[in-house]
Design a protein around this ligand. Structure first.
Ligand SMILES: [Zn+2]
Length: 597
């Protein structure tokens, strides 16, 4: 083992900033529950009568309480992330989840009473200087008002929630227990869906093609049950939408995302208009792979062979690229590393993937990595620290409540950070294989986030439309809708195998959070637009970008990006993002084409 590998192995979370022990956490949870109880006894039934000054006191106190809750919750969650089977960690996680639910229940009256406050009184409060730090979030909460029913009606709707969860659980179980016999070179073994999907990225074409066939053949016997789950859930959502008075099935998601219908329509329309960019890449990729035409199994076939990266190299790339953009971001990055807030290597019992947990105004965020020296891990490190720097800068300027954004804006700084790290690496890296792999990864990740997520959202719109017309969502019908929307994307540039008709069947978002996916298209496209602005005028861009980070969730996405001259309702704005994406395509083609002899 080399010294750099050892160095990485030593880098584990130091959780003492959060809490000293599980026992201490339990004691502190109890104190926090008592505090919440006390707060509730002082304010319950009084929210609508509070003066602006009293309201401010209430919100400040709640803000402190929520940060304490966050600190203890993150502590128990991180302990569990490090040791999934550890008994103490599991006990503490269960204990913590229950306390979170207790406290949320105790404080639920705050939001309900605020929504119920009459409009004149609410406007008077919102106009006061004292409530300015909370104004936007308070306004957003009240947007739900027209769709909230009477208390007995809400109770009746709540009472059927276990039924809804049962359909979701049935779907989850049918997907997670599916095991398909497959031979990946070491004899036939049972394979889960995610293991089969991982073969789509293999250089070996035979494995890719067989994995695609095996996945869809494996789903076939379960399709009818999976369709029945979806049909039941869509039917239920349409019924409750009607009772609440929503205008269309996407409206609750758009409200949550603080995006108006016009913006979402303009974005999705411009995305579909730009499908030919993908077609051009698929054609070029077929040529690079020596194929007449690309098949689904070749979509994510690797191009270019990337070299390995050590942990110190990855840290240098992020540090230097952040520093070049804005020294403040690099400073936050290094403080987190120095404070022991990054856990680097994969270990037995540690959770997979990567994430960033924001904690509170006084504690730096924590980042989980599973660093194995791949090029992709370098991008992931930049991505997670895009989140971390956003959290820190926003928490400095905002209240805890106002620092947080919805998914559409939350994924913008992470995507942007990845872009500046990727660009820096493309500049300094000499190895042609690594440069090609980086440019292709960047392009294909953007396709997956922008195009595929839009296809998914369109499929959902069609499905809700069909169900709303009184037709059921059986396997055949879902297959048809799925293929139609996918064919619009892939066009003639990529061949879809027959089995792909079942591609809708295992996607969890359709079952758990409707129209969840377009927020990722949004974030990726806004990050591209910001990147374009940055390249046009790097000098004036960085300070404005730091203001955007500092604003956190204190304004709507439209207002947050307005200083960059972006009008999100205009199709032309979104078209501009695709000009930038097309430049990624050209770069990927150039770097992956070997120089002619
Ligand atoms: Zn992210």
């Amino acid at each position: 083992m080399t010294s750099t590998e050892l160095q990485a192995e030593d880098i584990r979370w130091d959780l003492t900033d959060l809490c000293e022990s599980a026992d201490a956490a339990r004691t502190q949870w109890k104190a926090l529950v008592a505090h919440a109880q006390d707060l509730a006894s002082r304010y319950r039934g009084r929210v609508a009568q509070l003066s602006a000054h009293e309201m401010r006191e209430l919100l400040d106190e709640t803000d402190e309480l929520e940060q304490e809750l966050s600190r203890l919750h993150v502590y128990s969650y991180l302990r569990l992330s490090m040791a999934a089977t550890d008994v103490e960690a599991n006990d503490l996680a269960t204990f913590s989840r229950e306390r979170v639910a207790d406290i949320e229940n105790m404080l639920v009256f705050l939001g309900l009473e605020w929504i119920a406050t009459d409009d004149d009184k609410a406007e008077e409060l919102l106009a006061s200087e004292e409530l300015a730090p909370y104004e936007h979030k308070l306004r957003v909460e009240r947007r739900e008002k027209p769709y909230v029913l009477t208390e007995p009606e809400e109770q009746a709707l709540n009472a059927r929630r276990p039924m809804v969860s049962a359909w979701q659980a049935l779907h989850d179980r049918h997907v997670s227990t599916l095991e398909v016999p497959f031979d990946a070179g070491e004899g036939v073994e049972p394979h889960t869906i995610s293991r089969l999907l991982s073969y789509f990225y293999r250089p070996d074409r035979d494995i890719r093609v067989r994995a695609v066939t095996a996945l869809f053949e494996g789903l076939e016997p379960r399709a009818d049950v999976l369709a029945a789950c979806y049909d039941a859930l869509v039917g239920d959502r349409l019924t409750t939408d009607r009772l609440r008075g929503y205008a269309h099935p996407m409206q609750p998601t758009n409200l949550d995302n603080e995006l108006d219908d016009e913006t979402v329509d303009a974005m999705m329309g411009a995305t579909e208009e730009a499908y030919p960019i993908a077609h051009r890449w698929f054609t070029a990729k077929a040529k690079l792979l020596g194929l007449d035409k690309l098949e689904l199994a070749d979509q994510y076939a690797p191009i270019g062979e990337a070299r390995a990266f050590t942990w110190p190299e990855a840290v240098d790339v992020v540090d230097a690229s952040f520093n070049r953009f804005s020294p403040r971001l690099a400073e936050i990055f290094r403080s987190c590393i120095d404070a022991g807030h990054v856990d680097v290597l994969p270990r037995n019992g540690k959770s997979g993937g990567a994430y960033c947990s924001s904690v509170s105004k006084s504690i730096l965020p924590y980042v989980l990595m599973n660093f194995t020296g791949r090029l992709r891990d370098v991008s992931t490190l930049a991505h997670e620290f895009g989140h971390a720097t956003h959290n820190v800068v926003a928490l400095e300027a905002q209240t805890y409540r106002s620092h947080r954004t919805g998914i559409p804006m939350a994924e913008v700084p992470s995507t942007f950070a990845q872009s500046i790290a990727d660009d820096y690496l493309l500049e300094i890296e000499n190895d042609p294989g690594t440069r090609a792999a980086l440019a292709v990864d960047r392009l294909e990740n953007a396709f997956a986030a922008i195009y595929r997520q839009t296809v998914l959202a369109r499929f959902e719109q069609r499905a809700y439309g069909v169900r709303g017309d009184g037709r059921s969502l059986g396997t055949e019908r879902l297959n048809e809708l799925w293929l139609e929307e996918n064919r619009r994307y892939y066009g003639d540039a990529l061949t879809l195998p027959e089995g792909y008709a079942l591609g809708w069947s295992y996607i969890p978002h359709f079952i758990h959070v409707r129209f969840y996916t377009y927020a990722y298209s949004f974030a990726q496209l806004v990050a591209l637009l910001l990147y374009r602005r940055f390249r046009e005028d790097p000098e004036s861009f960085a300070p404005k970008y730091l203001d955007l980070l500092a604003a956190g969730g204190s304004a709507s996405p439209a207002d947050l990006v307005a200083p960059f001259g972006l009008d999100l309702r205009s199709t032309d704005t979104w078209r501009e993002a695709f000009t930038e994406l097309d430049a990624f395509r050209v770069e990927a083609e150039t770097l992956s084409t070997p120089p002619s002899q």
